[in-house]
Design a protein around this ligand. Structure first.
Ligand code: AGP
Length: 602
């Protein structure tokens, strides 16, 4: 993860860097830094923790006239979040910032140390700057030294390097981690994603893996393994306006409330009166496809798990789901009759991206379901369906999950319609249910204040079990993940029928069970499972449209004409519960400890 920024031009650099870093903070917030070269001299400011600390530290600093500058927001991978481990890493006359992991850093570090180089930090990144200076000392040419450095590095990186030996130049390279170059007249920007440079740059170039180069005098010189190359900039659309809290206490809260509206956006032009239309897919898209494999991580993995029930039940097509980080190293058997789907909110998740590249190498057709247009995963895929959730800032994903699940439901119906595995009546009834989902996602004041009141009873105890069956099992996993992420309480999701095979041993009055009890799906079965827990004195919060007398606490849902409506309504309840517990515990809801919004390391 980590976010990097660079700027070369005449404007006040501190303001530009801090503004971009603020918008990149979702990528990590263990430390934040800015560094400049002005009048040929390096300067840097570092602060541990969130950006407010860096703002405070740089209060009296103002950059003057033409200069070059870089900045970094860190999610610690090697070494604790201390000031010494914060970027930029300094050699004798150069600074580097980096996002990714240098896999051969131990070996490089040992060789540098045996040459007498002293390391100040425990990071992998510091090796980059020392190799650069070692190579420069040999060749006397800064760009040759940078190219030689890049050649030696293994792993994933997006990196920017500045040096007093070339005080008007920023060197850059990308391999496996995102980096783009923004342009406005003779000014050049670098950033890990495009939204932060909207309003600053008017055109953009998204670097490809293996590209590197330097920028000087308003010009960018781009290279790859074949030497210098030309490139086409594209206009940077201004419709990705940055998100504001709009009166809500937290971005996550706002995003929960937004779900009803964005769901309509997700369906627009796709869910029609009697048909499903997916213009993103060409007519031959399903030709030769006999099964689906989906790879994703975290919350996106949970939406994938939900969809497996829908693809097999509605589309009558085999569907396997894999956690991307597991898939990568299991030597999977891949055949070209499999449609390979990746799901990612950010479109930058390293494990998911690598899984996609593997599938492509094996000749599979690929489709991504993503919230960010132009992201690495979208660009790498043969086709993409955007979820249209709008910017999601809360690290704990909410509306992205809801819209991913909707897109997958739409896709399952689309395949069923194209393959004729669904009757007209059934398709119509699914569409009717879909069109009701925005209603099931509305947060009423009564619901929110009930969960606020209830939350005070769930702050202690020795853990939570979220349980459900069928599509409510992945929802249980997602509910538990949400709670874990922002409350730091232990929570697990379980298929309700699985409790008796071991986990029920934990049952006592200090164990909290959040029971997802949909009327439309195996109600009697889950009821028995919850009764078994109640008999062992577990504290039960039941969520259902049907009253359940053994519940210690009860949230009554309203929309129970279709399992997916019950799914979405219960999803909102679990999200609000996690939010209210986190608030009571005094945690940072939007930027929980140890996490980052975009996970670009493996
Ligand atoms: C969600 O709340 C998480 N923060 C996390 O699990 C996330 O879903 C995961 O890292 C995958 O991210 P992606 O959707 O951007 O690929």
């Amino acid at each position: 993860m980590c976010g990097i920024v660079g700027y070369i031009g005449r404007k006040e650099k501190k303001e530009i860097l801090i503004d971009v870093l603020q918008k990149l903070e979702y990528r990590g917030y263990d430390s934040e830094v800015i560094a400049t070269i002005e009048s040929k001299k390096l300067k840097n400011y570092k602060a541990i923790g969130k950006l407010a600390n860096l703002r405070e530290k740089t209060k009296s600093y103002q950059s003057d006239g033409f200069g070059i500058s870089i900045g970094h927001t860190r999610w610690a991978t090697h070494g604790k979040p201390t000031e010494l481990n914060a970027h930029p890493h300094l050699g004798s006359y150069s600074y580097v910032v980096h996002n990714g992991i240098i896999e051969n850093y131990q070996e490089l570090k040992s060789s540098l140390q045996s040459d007498g180089v002293k390391f100040l930090s425990q990071t992998d990144t510091e090796t980059i700057v020392h190799i650069f200076e070692r190579e420069y000392d040999k060749s006397g040419n800064p760009f040759d030294a940078f190219s030689d450095t890049i050649e030696i590095l293994e792993g994933a990186y997006a990196t920017l390097l500045i040096s007093e030996i070339s005080p008007d130049t920023i060197f850059f390279a990308k391999h496996g981690s995102p980096l783009l170059i923004g342009f406005d007249k003779d000014e050049v920007y670098f950033a890990s994603s495009d939204t932060p440079v909207i309003g600053k740059a008017t055109e953009v170039y998204y670097l490809e893996d293996g590209e590197y180069g330097y920028t000087k005098d308003g010009k960018v010189h781009l290279f790859d393994a074949n030497g210098e190359k030309s490139f086409n900039k594209q206009a940077l659309t201004a419709d990705k306006v940055s998100a504001q809290k709009d009166g809500y206490r937290f971005f996550m809260e706002k995003e929960i409330y937004e779900q009803s509206r964005v769901m309509s956006e997700t369906m627009m032009g796709r869910v029609l009166d009697n048909t499903i239309a997916l213009d993103e897919l060409d007519d031959s898209f399903l030709d030769g496809i006999t099964s689906i494999k989906i790879c994703a991580c975290g919350t996106s993995y949970h939406s994938a798990l939900t969809s497996a029930y829908l693809f097999e039940r509605i589309s009558k097509i085999r569907c396997d789901i894999e956690i991307a980080s597991e898939f990568r190293y299991k030597e999977p058997l891949l055949t070209p009759d499999t449609l390979f789907i990746t799901i990612s909110q950010s479109g930058e998740t390293a494990d998911t991206l690598e899984a996609l590249k593997m599938a492509k190498r094996a000749g599979l057709k690929s489709l991504s379901i993503c919230n960010v247009d132009n992201s690495s995963i979208v660009r790498e895929s043969d086709s993409a369906i955007l979820t249209r959730a709008g910017i999601e800032k809360g690290v704990a994903s909410t509306k992205a999950f809801a819209t991913q699940t909707m897109v997958l439901w739409i896709l399952s119906l689309y395949i069923a319609q194209e393959r004729k595995t669904i009757s007209k009546d059934k398709l119509k009834s699914e569409i009717t249910a879909m069109l009701h989902t925005p209603k099931s996602l509305i947060v009423t004041e009564t619901l929110h204040s009930k969960l606020h009141r209830l939350s005070k009873r769930y702050l202690h105890g020795h853990g939570f079990f979220f349980i459900g069956r069928d599509i409510f099992f992945p929802l249980a996993l997602e509910g538990a993940l949400k709670l874990k992420e922002i409350s730091y309480l232990h929570a697990e999701g379980y298929p309700a029928g699985e409790m008796k095979h071991g986990p029920i041993a934990l049952a006592d009055s200090e164990l909290f069970t959040i029971a997802l009890m949909p009327k439309t799906m195996h109600y009697e079965k889950i009821k028995s499972n919850v009764e078994e827990l109640s008999a062992r004195d577990t504290t039960i919060l039941a969520i259902s449209s049907l009253p359940f007398e053994l519940a210690d606490d009860f949230i009554q849902t309203k929309y129970d004409s279709h399992p997916m409506l019950e799914f979405f309504e219960m999803m909102v309840v679990t999200q609000l519960l996690a939010l209210e517990i986190s608030v009571r515990l005094g945690n940072d809801v939007d930027m929980p400890r140890n996490l980052a919004k975009s996970v670009t390391v493996e």
